[in-house]
Design a protein around this ligand. Structure first.
Ligand SMILES: Cc1cc2nc3c(=O)[nH]c(=O)nc-3n(C[C@H](O)[C@H](O)[C@H](O)COP(=O)(O)OP(=O)(O)OC[C@H]3O[C@@H](n4cnc5c(N)ncnc54)[C@H](O)[C@@H]3O)c2cc1C
Length: 595
């Protein structure tokens, strides 16, 4: 059995930042980091537009409080304000740290870090490296992993979280652990993982397990996310019996390139691009007259869908009634486009043959970001229910819900969350493991279970290809739980996904090998996609109000009386049970949200 003091699952920004912090706090700790891709290919590398922090380089009026207010207002008041306070207060410091690590941010004339406008932010506070910010950050962090002797397991697929019930022998450390009747605490002891190259199975045990497994864009049929964003960490937690928080809040980014769904960064609008309908009109004046194209994403995505529904979308021949709108950069000029957003220009050129210097880009909303996730406190400790924390289990980054984004995330706050909470959770883990002993694990039992799971997939004698089942599932999610939602439509969606789940046993894998078998990995990922999708739909059906990205046509207003609460959804094979948890309000009382 492999063992480390700490095992981190996820080589994106959150996982790498946490690993470095643990080593910085205590270099003698033995840290392992697992990724199913090469860490450098984690979705973080694709982040474009930037990372928010009130550095005041461009706007001296900015400060952390203004950033916190924008974040809470953007969240439609569902964010936990203690968590937002850490996020925004620590932001300038983590940016300077990144710069000292070697991250090459774009500069102002005087050499200070440049900052641009972003949707929902009242000041110019987004730091960037052209439109390749994630790339610049992740490369430096991964380089530093090796320098700091973090053991990296790349291209290992984690199949299972080892979580067992325990009765704590020593008094619980956290005041949040109010004992319940049985006083049963769930304890994470390690993971089971599968080597994608040679099919080896291993159990890893650790004094602390951390999930930084990223998002679930692939639950939907059109997404800006990479193929690996299949919600594995979320699926594994739910399967192990842990609840997931606020899963109904799915961010649809307004400007996915039509028809592929690939992201055209908000930075393009931050630098001055316009959204236009088939009449050539800048339609955002109807929906957000002050912020226009820089309204938050939930509002802008809804505006685009409403324009398309009203027949003001555009067809490829330029006529009205089509399925997309235009993102127009043509007034910005070649020099600005090529220096500030060169990658977006290149994407549109390469993927749909549009030269954005002279022609508008075709765009429509695309599934982009997961506001909900594994419920954690501000030290990244995972909750097992409303009042209790698990032992030995931490999470950060997009897979976690701390919750700094509430019902809707502001652009450039996610990279920030990864580094602020990656660092915080790294510190918490370094402290936590000092007095903890290595857990005992029945290695044989877990290996046998995993082997059985893989063998039965390889031997399944169905006639259904993974691709077709996955496509049906993704289409169902998009159709029944998209930008706008309706109770009856969601109920029907839940029925459909139950039927699709039942078809999983009819999947047939053409490739029977365990060495380099992408089909096998896709089959495992599909299990997670299905669990996560069902939780999203059920949580969305239960929330009978409209808040942030969750927009119900049958309940069009926000209902603070009944729903100013976080959803905690627990999964079992036959059903999803929904519970609620209070929101932390320390600074800003909920108000109507206008832009
Ligand atoms: C195209 C795009 C552009 C974006 N631009 C911005 C931006 O400009 N600003 C901003 O703030 N945010 C942006 N975001 C959001 C932001 O990039 C992500 O939320 C953030 O990078 C997520 O980082 P992470 O560390 O949580 O996860 P990821 O970077 O997604 O990494 C997840 C890691 O987990 C590993 N993993 C997952 N499952 C398993 C498993 N079963 N076994 C082993 N390993 C596993 C993966 O291999 C990977 O290493 C963008 C997102 C996209 C998709």
């Amino acid at each position: 059995m492999l063992e480390h003091d700490v095992i981190i699952i996820g080589g994106g920004l959150a996982g790498c930042r946490a690993a470095l912090e643990i080593k910085k706090q205590n270099h003698s700790l033995d840290v392992g980091l697992v990724a199913k891709t090469h860490p450098i290919r984690s979705h973080s590398v694709a982040a474009q537009g930037g990372i928010a922090a009130s550095l005041q380089n461009v706007d001296p009026e900015d400060d952390w409080k203004a950033h916190a207010f924008d974040t809470v207002k953007g969240s439609d008041y569902l964010a936990d304000q203690d968590a937002v306070e850490y996020l925004t207060k620590e932001a300038p410091e983590v940016i300077i740290e990144l710069e000292h690590l070697g991250v090459l941010f774009s500069r102002l004339e005087d050499g200070r870090i440049a900052q641009r406008a972003f949707g929902g932010h009242s000041h110019k506070r987004t730091c960037y490296a052209a439109d390749k910010t994630g790339h610049a950050m992740l490369h430096e962090l991964v380089n530093n992993l090796r320098r700091n002797k973090v053991k990296v397991y790349e291209e290992w697929y984690v199949l299972q979280l080892i979580l067992e019930d325990t009765k704590p022998s020593q008094p619980l450390l956290s005041r949040e652990n109010i004992p319940n009747e049985e006083n049963v605490i769930k304890e994470a002891k390690g993971v089971v993982m599968f080597n994608i190259a040679d099919g080896r199975l291993e159990v890893v045990r650790a004094k602390a397990v951390m999930f930084a497994t990223g998002g679930y864009g692939r639950v939907f049929n059109t997404t800006s996310n990479d193929y690996a964003s299949t919600g594995d960490g979320l699926g594994m937690c739910a399967a192990a019996g842990l609840p997931l928080e606020d899963m109904e809040f799915v961010q649809f980014h307004p400007t996915g390139l039509f028809p592929v769904g690939v992201l055209i960064s908000e930075a393009v609008r931050g630098e001055g691009a316009y959204l236009r309908n088939s009449d050539g009109e800048r339609f955002m004046q109807r929906y957000a007259p002050n912020q226009m194209e820089l309204a938050p994403r939930d509002i802008t995505s809804r505006a685009i869908v409403l324009e398309i529904r009203a027949g003001r979308g555009i067809h490829p021949d330029g006529s009205a009634g089509g399925a997309y709108v235009h993102l127009d950069l043509t007034h910005m000029g070649k020099e600005k486009i090529m220096s500030r957003v060169p990658f977006c220009w290149e994407e549109a050129h390469r993927l749909v043959g549009v030269d954005a210097v002279y022609q508008p880009m075709p765009v429509r909303p695309t599934a982009h970001y997961c506001m909900g996730g594994i419920p954690v406190n501000t030290d990244g400790r995972v909750r097992q229910n409303v009042t209790q924390l698990t032992e030995g289990f931490f999470a950060a980054g997009e897979c976690a819900c701390v919750s700094v984004h509430g019902g809707n995330r502001l652009g450039s706050n996610s990279l920030l969350e990864c580094v602020v909470y990656g660092r915080r959770v790294g510190r918490a883990i370094a402290n936590y493991v000092i007095n903890r002993k290595m857990p005992d694990i029945d290695e044989k039992k877990y290996l046998q279970q995993a082997q059985k799971r893989i063998n039965s997939l390889l031997c399944q004698e169905g006639n259904l290809r993974i691709n077709s089942l996955r496509q049906d599932f993704q289409d169902t999610m998009t159709e029944h739980c998209g930008v706008f939602r309706l109770g009856e439509v969601m109920k029907e969606g839940i029925k459909k996904i139950q039927q699709l789940k039942a078809k999983y046993s009819q999947i047939f894998l053409e490739e029977k090998d365990t060495h380099w078998n992408p089909e096998l990995i896709e089959a495992l990922e599909l299990q997670n996609i299905m669990i996560v999708g069902e939780i999203i739909l059920t949580s969305a059906l239960q929330r009978q109000e409209s808040r942030g990205a969750h927009s119900r046509e049958d309940y069009p207003t926000r209902d603070d009386k009944n729903f100013l609460q976080h959803t905690l959804a627990s999964y079992s094979r036959d059903s999803v049970k929904v519970d609620y948890m209070p929101v932390v309000i320390t600074m800003f009382e909920p108000k109507e949200r206008k832009y």
